[in-house]
Ligand binder design. Structure first.
Ligand code: F6P
Length: 742
């Protein structure tokens, strides 16, 4: 039942009860009035007949009965009797009831000391109906001659009571209905006003004095939605699909990301599919499998053109096609300027504190703008409605959100920045900082891994943009457009589908050691990365060297396998790193070879996910030593791989993951001494402690998986759409500066 109906029911019931009580009270009151009225009329009748009565009584003439009959002419007086003061019947009208004899009445009156004859009445229920008996003294100059008893007909009272009750009920019903309607109307108007005020308050326009209240309401809403979330159980592909269906009516999702999830490459054995080493792909590919839709990406594989249809699309995953990849082609010049240049020599070092100097070239910027426009156009070709859901990924596409918004003003654009967002001072280094920030503010939501990155973004907006920042609502407001800025720590699928076909941990341990030519009981550490200077690979190898120096018991017993996927090799800094890592690995191996031990196994090639997961399962420890990392999904993958709950994660404090995975051994990767202590502690850790730590981390990653990450963004987006639809904002987008700063 809807609220107003419930209210109406309660109101009518209350009024009904009230009417019942009122009716009882009114009945007894009216009965009292009528009885008083009868008594008065009787007194008047006896008073008027007094002279005749006295005369007939004192003369003892036989006309006393006639005088009594005169009295009964009143329509309500049925019969009458004249009694002596000793209780003898003197005269009576015809039909006077013998039940009410003079004597019995006199005895009754005498028993009741408080009552005089003149004031005495009594009601009685006879088979013919209810009657009232009243006594009246007949006075002359001396003592009373006697008294008259009158019998009144009370049957009319019942009829009157019935009529009164019906009228009363009708009146109460009309009154109740009127009162209910007036109350409902008033409540509705008040509710409308209240919700409008609350909405205004929650959307950030609350007067200052109401801010604490708004804060409390938000906290309550957050808590309730968290509780609701806990009640609905863990996030999985099914729940994500249901969320999309429920909150966004199942509209298809379009992802824009530079890196494609499946790369077709030519090999001597024909065209093969490669899965790129990419945290972004690791996270988003399962989301797309769950949601379906289109992934718009750069077609960079050597056989990509040969595998698309006439609209540059290919259905994936191969063999279990559930979504499309739309490939966008770039010229070498475009790729050099947009990807290698502005994205990876400019923005990448700008956002990471890893001691690489950002390089900003005007020519690269020109390509970055043009390629963002090209991808934005491709996205707009792929949408199937005026208000689609578009997920823009990463620093390659900072301008695309606004470009898309210009073409699709009603789109819901969720942008996720997969790398750290630096502090305001650092952002200021970029000559096109305003354009970058303005481009991102074309989004409905901008997501970062951590609250710190959100705060840094707000500071940059504050420093370089004309806008209003509502830190309470986590939003930036430009004209009528609002962009939410929120932390959404990214994660991985759970369970990881790559694990399905893998051998048990013991078998992985045995076979990997055999393949690497290591003793069966060798202690093994692993590092899995793209060859990137932000990953701290050199520092990691030096920490291994320090371990062997300071903990001689591990010499000849411990090996470290570094899987390093070549990355961005056109960039000098990456080529230098490649050479540097090789040099460091060789130096360490030469140093320890004197003791008959080459501890570093450097595997510089692309490894497909099943191979990577075999290493995770074979290892005694995994060391993630990033110098700066938005999240780092290798750490979470290692945890997911260890269904035996063994193995230790040593994790850099400069990763986003270190905030979640607190049971890892968290270290400063620049501090080789501390890192080597952690490596030694990991190798010496009792199995029970390993299991305790791993168990807890697995629980966390399983719960906070990538379906939850995507689900929360989509739910927030749906909420935003709902609010915007309510306030009619979807149709108006504020005029702002153009995307390329013109
Ligand atoms: O982690 C940052 C990131 O750019 C990801 O978005 C991407 O998956 C990864 O690095 C790989 O980079 P690239 O796509 O340049 O090989």
């Amino acid at each position: 039942m809807r609220l107003p109906l419930k209210f109406l029911a309660v109101l009518l019931t209350s009024l009904g009860l009230l009417a019942g009580g009122g009716y009882a009270m009114l009945t007894s009151m009216t009965r009292e009035w009528f009885e008083k009225d009868l008594r008065l009329r009787s007194q008047l009748a006896v008073g008027a007949a007094r002279m005749g009565l006295v005369e007939a009584w004192t003369n003892r003439s036989g006309v006393l009965a006639e005088r009594l009959t005169d009295i009964t002419r009143d329509e309500r007086i049925m019969s009458a009797a004249a009694c002596s003061m000793t209780g003898d019947l003197v005269a009576a009208t015809d039909g006077y009831l013998r039940d009410f004899s003079c004597r019995s009445v006199l005895e009754r009156i005498q028993r009741d000391v408080a009552t005089e004859i003149d004031a005495w009445t009594m009601t009685s229920d006879l088979p013919s109906g209810r009657v009232q008996l009243s006594g009246h003294l007949v006075l002359d100059d001396g003592p009373p001659l006697g008294f008259v008893l009158l019998v009144h007909d009370l049957s009319f009272l019942g009829r009157r009571e019935e009529a009164t009750r019906d009228l009363l009920l009708l009146a109460f019903f009309v009154l109740a209905l009127g009162a209910a309607l007036v109350t409902l109307l008033a409540a509705k108007l008040a509710w409308r006003g209240w919700t409008r005020d609350l909405q205004r308050a929650l959307s950030g326009d609350a007067p200052r004095e109401f801010q604490p209240l708004v804060r409390d309401v938000r906290a309550l809403v957050d808590r309730l939605s968290r509780e609701a979330e806990t009640r609905t159980g863990p996030w999985d592909p099914e729940r994500l699909r249901a969320t999309l269906l429920q909150h966004l009516k199942g509209e298809r999702v379009v992802i824009l990301a530079n890196r494609e999830p499946y790369i077709h490459v030519k090999t001597p054995h024909g065209i093969r599919v490669q899965h790129p080493a990419s945290g972004l792909v690791t996270a988003l590919e399962p989301v797309m499998r769950a949601c379906s839709g289109v992934w718009v990406a750069h077609g960079g594989g050597s056989a990509d053109r040969e595998t698309v249809d006439t609209r540059d699309r290919v259905a994936v995953p191969p063999g279990e096609e559930s979504y499309l990849v739309r490939r966008v082609w770039l010229t070498e010049e475009e790729e050099n300027g947009y990807y290698y240049g502005f994205s990876n020599e400019g923005l990448w070092p700008l956002c990471h504190i890893a001691h690489a100097r950002p390089i900003f070239r005007a020519d690269d910027w020109k390509h970055y703008v043009a390629v963002n426009r090209k991808f934005a156009a491709a996205v707009c070709e792929e949408v199937d409605s005026e208000d689609p859901i578009i997920l823009v990924q990463d620093y390659h596409f900072a301008l695309a959100p606004r470009m898309i918004r210009e073409r699709l003003p009603r789109a819901t654009i969720l942008t996720f920045w997969h790398i750290p967002w630096p502090n305001g001072e650092r952002v200021g280094i970029c000559p096109w900082r305003e354009e970058i920030i303005s481009g991102l503010l074309g989004s409905s939501i901008v997501g970062f891994h951590t609250q710190q990155h959100c705060n840094n973004f707000f500071d940059a907006v504050d420093a370089f943009m004309e806008s209003r920042i509502d830190r309470e609502a986590h939003a930036v407001i430009q004209g009528s457009h609002r962009t939410l800025v929120r932390p959404y720590p990214i994660s991985i699928e759970w369970p990881v589908h790559w694990l399905a076909g893998l051998p048990p941990v013991e078998e992985c341990r045995r076979s990997i050691r055999q393949e690497l030519g290591l003793p069966a009981d060798a202690l093994l550490g692993v590092g899995i990365d793209r060859l990137d200077y932000t990953k701290g690979i050199e520092e990691r190898l030096q920490a291994v060297d320090e371990l062997l120096t300071r903990y001689p018991e591990f010499r000849g017993r411990f090996w470290f396998a570094q899987l390093a996927a070549p990355s961005r090799t056109k960039i000098d800094r990456y080529r230098e790193l490649n050479a540097r890592v090789e040099t460091v690995a060789n130096e360490i191996n030469e140093k320890w070879q004197k003791h008959g031990h080459k501890p570093i196994v450097l595997l510089r090639s692309h490894h497909e996910p099943p191979a990577v997961f075999r290493y995770y399962r074979a290892a005694d420890l995994c060391y993630v030593s990033s110098l700066h990392d938005g999240m780092n999904l290798v750490a979470k993958e290692f945890v997911a791989a260890r269904d035996d709950e063994k193995g230790v994660l040593v994790l850099s404090q400069f990763t986003g993951a270190a905030r979640d995975l607190t049971e890892a051994l968290v270290v400063n990767p620049y501090d080789f001494r501390q890192a080597s202590d952690a490596l030694a502690a990991a190798l010496n850790m009792p199995v029970a402690e390993q299991q305790e730590r791993m168990h807890s981390m697995r629980r966390l990653v399983s719960e906070f998986n990538v379906y939850r990450w995507a689900g929360r963004m989509l739910v927030d987006a749906a909420e935003l759409r709902r609010r915007e639809r309510m306030s009619g904002r979807l149709s108006s987008v504020a005029p702002q500066r153009t995307t390329d700063g013109a």
